[in-house]
Design a protein around this ligand. Structure first.
Ligand code: SAM
Length: 241
């Protein structure tokens, strides 16, 4: 029987390794997906690659899986952070899901001067990243950070990390990410909120030595569209596509 369900687990994986399922996982596998003892699933934990596992015990609220063989090695994404200012709930969820699918290593919500929301549910966003990794065949789950002030993050910025600053004020100026430039460096992409960046923020971001100002074309994109477009450009020029 071919194993289709992929499950992220927080447990070491290796040949013959058994692992217990928590209540939610057991409910999902046995209650929702109707698996039973003898079924097989694919597991990953973000460090040990992907493993085929047998269901060795299936109860309503618990269960045990046993690893059979590795089906994929761990594949790390490029060292790319996505910084974005949270917007409305569904659109923020979309950004996290797409960032995980497209190969961000870390997803960092930042509060800018014009950020619409002052609070995020980090745990909920993290589970969106897990679900996206389960669905897209990834073996790595990007960490979603807590909301932090953009200014403070820039105060402690690692100087070798390049920043692709997507500036809506550059609409119409053909600014491109130079393919290959700083290809070996760690990178970050910055997407602003619905209200865009303030003049003070823009001035600071333009002056940073590691900042690369980029236009995403002649139209102003919504932040969720901009995040996907920016990641596509970055992956095409410098990433693992
Ligand atoms: N309220 C802003 C305005 O009207 O100028 C628009 C902000 S836009 C909805 C949200 C974010 O997406 C921007 O801060 C920027 O990071 C990014 N963005 C959208 N369109 C862009 C473009 N054409 N070029 C560069 N960045 C863009």
């Amino acid at each position: 029987m071919s194993a289709k369900i992929r499950l992220y687990v927080e447990h070491p994986l290796g040949a013959g390794q058994s692992l217990p399922l928590d209540r939610d996982q057991a409910h999902y596998l046995f209650g929702v997906m109707r698996l039973s003892a003898g079924s097989q699933v694919l597991l990953f934990n973000g460090t040990d690659g992907e493993w085929l596992a047998d269901v060795t015990e299936a109860k309503k609220r618990a269960g045990v899986l046993t690893c059979v063989e590795q089906t994929k090695p761990l594949q790390m994404p490029p060292d790319l952070w996505l910084l974005f200012a949270p917007i409305k709930k569904a659109r923020t969820d979309f950004i996290v899901e797409k960032a995980a699918e497209m190969g961000a290593a870390q997803i960092l919500p930042v509060q800018t001067e014009f950020t619409n929301s002052e609070r995020i549910r980090q745990d909920r966003l993290q589970s969106h990243a897990v679900e996206a990794a389960e669905q897209c065949g990834g073996t790595y789950v990007p960490e979603v950070g807590d909301l932090q002030k953009l200014g403070r993050l820039l105060d402690h910025w690692p100087e070798d990390r390049q920043l692709m600053f997507c500036d809506e004020a550059e609409v119409g100026n053909a600014l491109e990410l130079a393919a290959g430039a700083h290809g070996d460096a760690p990178w970050a992409i910055l997407i602003g909120p619905e209200g865009g960046f303030s003049e003070v923020e823009r001035k600071r971001l333009h002056a940073l030595p590691y900042s690369h100002v980029v236009s995403l074309g002649p139209r102003i994109l919504r932040a969720d569209t901009a995040a996907v477009a920016a990641m596509t450009l970055w992956q095409q020029a410098l990433g693992d596509w």
